[in-house]
Design a protein around this ligand. Structure first.
Ligand SMILES: O=P(O)(O)OC[C@H]1O[C@](O)(CO)[C@@H](O)[C@@H]1O
Length: 522
């Protein structure tokens, strides 16, 4: 059965939300906290080590109930069931979407279980020093060569879990920028470095070219046979990896039902296993699986990903905001936003609905941000006094990892103060001059988590995965394909051939043609 394909704007709930929006759109809502003593207790969800306060939003009980009606009317429950039961909901590619099956630890598919065992065994050999480089020395450095989903997840997680890291140095080669490749290679000794070539398709230009550059660099020091102890691959294209020169034993499989941007839970997470040990990788999977259970089974009004998705729809489609910020008050999460940008924008940046028709409402939130408190000294001015409304997720942790409570108290005081300042502004206060006036009324969600652990990180990532899925269902789009990135790849073939042949005559667009000439001239 295909996914329900309902135009959300034609639902009764949408129409009711439009009327309701007229009541709220210009309303300063600061008074709600004094008028409704139970507000903070009503608009919050407490689940395990997560406390999500969404009371500082421009909503009433009616807003939430209409948004919940919308979720019912578009068939969200049915869509969730279809995803978890492995129906081919990635319809434009004819594939199931089962990244959740990679972390369903009590019910693993046999091929997933055996791959996890292989990852465990391999990472333990690397970590214990049993696996030796060609000159007999243990591995000191691991390099993940991959891009997009084959890079952003592993890099974000290894950074986020820095506290749980062991002695291995982990590097990432993603960009086709040869200067970057060179800078990374400068730090490495071929005798003690392991390269993990990560590409689901094993055809991605950047990854294959970079892996070839790295292999050539490696072979300047040693002979071809030694590739086997220094290069492994993660791919769904086993033959592609074999053709590259990696032996079948050194290939960690993945499957077409795992999308690239949802693949850190698969063997794409091999560099994570090396960085933090398999037991911590398993804890990440367990955390994500707990969030899966919450998402699948909890009532919609107490369901964190669903409530966050509905709030986002409220701002995107009624207030017509175009972007959302995510600010984590933890330096460890400094790679979270780039990771979320791929997950959310590659998934929901679509303008054709599930019936194949052009969409005339907003989809695909622009996600941006950085860590707090740094962000306060950068772009927060615009959040407070700019002309745009930018709903923001504030992520914070109750406990620091290194025991520095003095700093942590200041960090969290800022985390709390910002949502309050954004909401309250200078409402009902005398200000000296108009420049010191703060309108307030700025929506935020506070996601307060006990501690940054592999488990809570798994939950947090899965929370955003499910949020984007819910939004895609409501927007009536296919979230799990990414045809939009293909066109650029095709055009790049033409521009590359012009550059290599030093001849731009085949290029139709005169601006591009001139640019190529200029590039070749200099
Ligand atoms: O793992 P692969 O096949 O090299 O693909 C890398 C990335 O390229 C994309 O297909 C498109 O940019 C992403 O979705 C994917 O994560």
């Amino acid at each position: 059965m295909p996914l329900p394909a309902i135009n959300p704007t034609k639902t009764n709930a949408w129409k009711a939300l439009e009327a309701h929006f007229q009541e709220l759109k210009d309303k300063q809502m600061q008074d709600v906290f004094s008028n409704e003593p139970t507000r903070a207790g009503r608009f919050k969800i407490e689940w395990k080590d997560f406390y999500v306060d969404y009371s500082k939003n421009r909503i009433t009980d009616k807003t939430i109930s209409l948004l919940l009606n919308l979720a019912e009317e578009v068939g969200l429950k049915e869509a969730i069931n279809q995803q978890f039961s492995g129906k081919p909901i990635n319809q434009t590619e004819g594939r199931a979407v089962l990244h959740t099956a990679l972390r369903d630890l009590n019910n693993l598919k046999p091929e997933v279980a055996s791959t996890l065992q292989k990852m465990k065994g391999f990472s333990e050999e690397i970590l214990s020093g049993k696996h030796k480089g060609f000159s007999g020395k243990p591995i000191t450095d691991v390099v993940n060569i991959g891009i997009g989903g084959s890079h952003l997840g592993p890099e974000m997680v290894t950074d986020a879990l820095q506290y749980y890291r062991n002695h291995l140095n982990i590097h990432f080669i993603a960009n086709i920028d040869g200067d970057d490749v060179k800078e990374i290679l400068k730090k490495l000794n071929p005798e003690t470095t392991l390269f993990i070539v990560v590409s689901k398709s094993f055809t991605t230009q950047e990854t294959i070219v970079n892996a070839t550059v790295v292999r050539d660099w490696f072979l300047k020091t040693t002979v071809e046979e030694n590739i086997q102890s220094h290069f492994v691959a993660v791919s769904a294209n086993i033959q592609g990896a074999i053709d590259f020169g990696i032996s079948e034993d050194n290939i960690f499989p993945m499957w077409d039902w795992v999308g690239g941007r949802f693949s850190l839970w698969s063997s794409v997470g091999l560099s994570i296993c090396c960085a933090v040990g398999y037991h911590n990788f398993e804890a990440i999977l367990k955390g994500a699986s707990e969030m899966d259970g919450h998402f699948k089974n909890e009532e919609f009004d107490k369901n964190i990903p669903i409530v966050l998705a509905l709030l986002s729809i409220w701002y995107n489609n009624f207030f017509k905001v175009e972007s959302e910020a995510v600010v984590a008050y933890s330096q460890y999460l400094n790679k979270l936003v780039p990771y979320l940008q791929q997950a959310i924008m590659e998934s929901n940046g679509k303008n054709i609905d599930r019936n194949g028709d052009k969409i005339d409402y907003q989809t695909g939130t622009i996600v941006w941000g950085n860590v707090g408190s740094n962000s306060q000294h950068a772009y927060f001015q615009l959040l407070h006094q700019g002309t745009k409304l930018i709903p923001t997720d504030f992520i914070g942790f109750s406990k620091p990892l290194q025991g520095n409570f003095k700093n942590h108290n200041i960090l969290m005081a800022n985390y709390l103060a910002q949502t309050e300042a954004l909401w309250e502004g200078t409402y009902n206060k005398e200000v000296e001059n108009p420049f010191k006036f703060f309108e307030g009324n700025k929506p935020t969600n506070s996601i307060l988590i006990k501690k940054l652990t592999p488990n809570s990180l798994g939950k947090l990532i899965a929370m955003y995965e499910h949020k984007l899925f819910v939004q895609g269902i409501i927007w009536n789009i296919f979230s799990y394909d990414q045809w939009g990135v293909e066109l650029g790849k095709t055009v790049a073939k033409g521009t590359l051939s012009s550059i290599e042949n030093k001849n731009a005559s085949e290029i139709k667009n005169s601006s591009t043609q001139n640019l190529i000439k200029k590039l070749l001239d200099s």
